[in-house]
Ligand binder design. Structure first.
Ligand code: PEP
Length: 253
């Protein structure tokens, strides 16, 4: 039986103007306040424009706030980017790094992701480091190799269970409605944990949370969250409705 406390994390992506985003945050915070006993940590990652307002709404509740990305550098001439310390200053406790959409849209390599995770750590944020294979890679039998390689290349020195969360997100399951089966998810999560053990030692690997992400919904969450090496979810589409997001959190109970 694992002692890892699940993390239910909502990735709002590039969705939400003020009215909708703040109402969503209020909906999540109200549910958390009403049901504090649900045994999981709860995190929302709004778009940058809403972070400070969402952090104000979440203040004093058990809902944490995170950024969806951060820059690897501390400050400087990087137009349009956001430093990890700026996220921290705006009220974040977490930063997602290496999401497959950023790897694809912005050409982020493992080395870039590693530098971003290190920057998040330096700013006092927990880095959520995302890995995952494409459908072509899965069909070619490369799933385990791809995830091991991404993990090795993306995890910075100094990563530990307190400052790092891993998110396994098969690219073919993100936003597609096609979810990994419990067997597929557990198989990869176990490989990731073994890789973490080789790198960080058994105790740290045992304590580190590994989230599943990819079309997690209220109706499939329970089976995924019950798996021995699945320690929560990184949730995109279903995090945009407080009711659905909360139904997933309740599946931890
Ligand atoms: C994600 O973007 O991290 C994600 C898992 O999206 P979805 O839940 O919509 O598949």
């Amino acid at each position: 039986m694992s002692t890892r406390r699940p993390l239910i994390a909502g990735n709002w992506k590039m969705n939400g103007l003020r009215a909708d985003g703040l109402a969503l945050a209020e909906g999540v915070v109200a549910r958390r306040k009403a049901e504090r006993g649900i045994p999981c940590d709860v995190l929302v990652c709004p778009p940058f424009t809403l972070i400070a307002d969402v952090a104000r709404i979440a203040a004093g509740s058990d809902v944490a706030v995170g950024g969806q990305d951060c820059h690897a550098k501390v400050s400087g001439a990087h137009t349009g980017d956001t430093a990890a310390a700026m996220l921290k200053d705006a009220g974040c406790g977490y930063a997602i790094v290496g999401h497959s959409e950023r790897r694809a849209d912005h050409g982020e390599t493992d080395a870039v992701v590693k530098a971003k995770a290190a920057a998040a750590h330096q700013a006092g944020l927990v880095a959520i480091v995302c890995v995952g294979e494409t459908l072509a890679q899965r069909d070619a039998g490369q799933t385990m190799d791809v995830n091991r390689t991404q993990l090795r290349g993306s995890l910075p020195d100094g990563a530990n269970a307190a400052n790092t969360v891993i998110a396994y997100e098969p690219v073919w399951a993100i936003g597609t409605g096609r979810v990994a089966t419990p067997e597929q998810a557990q198989e990869v999560h176990a490989v990731i944990r073994a890789e973490l053990a080789a790198r960080l030692g058994a105790a740290e690997a045992d304590a580190m949370r590994i989230l599943y992400g990819g079309s997690m919904k209220p109706d499939n969450a329970k089976a995924l969250l019950a798996l021995p090496d699945v320690d929560g979810g990184l949730i995109g589409g279903a995090s945009l409705k407080a009711e659905d997001f909360w139904a997933i959190a309740k599946a931890c109970g």
